[in-house]
Design a protein around this ligand. Structure first.
Ligand SMILES: NC(=O)c1ccc[n+]([C@@H]2O[C@H](COP(=O)([O-])OP(=O)(O)OC[C@H]3O[C@@H](n4cnc5c(N)ncnc54)[C@H](OP(=O)(O)O)[C@@H]3O)[C@@H](O)[C@H]2O)c1
Length: 227
């Protein structure tokens, strides 16, 4: 039985990934910050999940998680926790601290979490590191506005591409994944797809990923995307 660790699993895409991975027979380690949501807490009934507190921007919280998991192994790490950033992030309005806060969660935290948990993935036969990124960070797109969010995801993609090259000799598959425009608190009610559709697609993709796919930016439908 494979084990998957999902950050930011209290709600949205992370919560749905946790539910569906349990349904697929995986052992799930789900992280939350503060208190777990009632929906996440309810998954405990399955015995296939353990919950751990993790504030992804706090290095002591990351260290605490890694210590708590010592002796366990992880096959799949999903860096899902993310923020859209400040309401005002146009060219005219974006502010330094808010921009940096967005980078802390969306870009730097996935690297710090991956680094801290890497030793726990050494025993996996097909170790995979996934970061839920966004096409809003794609360099081939000429969309406007949302400076903090777009740049944080573009930088997350680059860090994942570099990590893919570095970890390939060790057999790790490293891919950023665009989840679609999803009906969550972040995506809003008008978004294209439900959280169930997105999570189903992401899981179909992740469960078929092998080393030959490393360094590819994927969509939730399993298509290779331009960076
Ligand atoms: N929804 C979309 O259309 C869409 C599109 C492209 C990419 N994405 C990406 O998909 C991922 C999940 O998004 P979502 O739509 O599910 O968002 P969401 O509903 O807003 O949920 C975000 C999750 O991230 C957690 N989180 C945020 N900051 C955190 C921190 N500092 N430490 C720990 N956990 C933190 C939240 O925890 P709390 O509950 O404690 O706040 C929550 O569980 C994000 O990376 C997002 O950028 C989403």
């Amino acid at each position: 039985m494979e084990t998957v660790l999902i950050t930011g699993a209290s709600r949205g895409i992370g919560l749905e990934l946790a539910k569906k991975f349990i349904d697929h027979g995986y052992q799930v380690i789900a992280t939350f910050r503060g208190e777990p949501s009632k929906s996440l807490e309810a998954l405990r009934a399955s015995n296939a999940i353990t919950l751990h507190e993790l504030e992804v921007t706090d290095s002591s919280s990351i260290k605490k998680l890694a210590s708590a998991l010592e002796g366990q192994h992880i096959d799949i790490l999903i860096n899902n926790a993310g923020v859209i950033g400040a309401e005002q992030q146009s060219f005219e309005m974006v502010e330094t601290e808010a921009w940096l806060d967005t980078f802390r969660v969306n870009t730097i935290a996935p690297l710090l979490v991956s680094r801290a948990l890497l030793p726990l993935m050494d025993q996996a036969t097909n170790p995979r590191i996934i970061t839920i990124s966004s096409q809003m960070g794609a360099l081939n797109s000429s969309s406007m506005g949302m400076y903090a969010y777009r740049t944080s995801k573009a930088a997350a993609n680059k860090f994942m591409q570099v990590l893919a090259s570095e970890l390939k000799p060790k057999g790790f598959t490293v891919c950023p994944v665009h989840p679609g425009w999803v009906q969550t608190d972040m995506g809003g009610k008008e978004a294209d797809i439900t959280v169930q559709e997105s999570a189903k697609g992401i899981i179909s993709l992740i469960t078929t990923l092998t080393l030959e796919h490393t360094g590819t930016f994927f969509s939730w439908q399993g298509e290779a995307l331009e960076w």
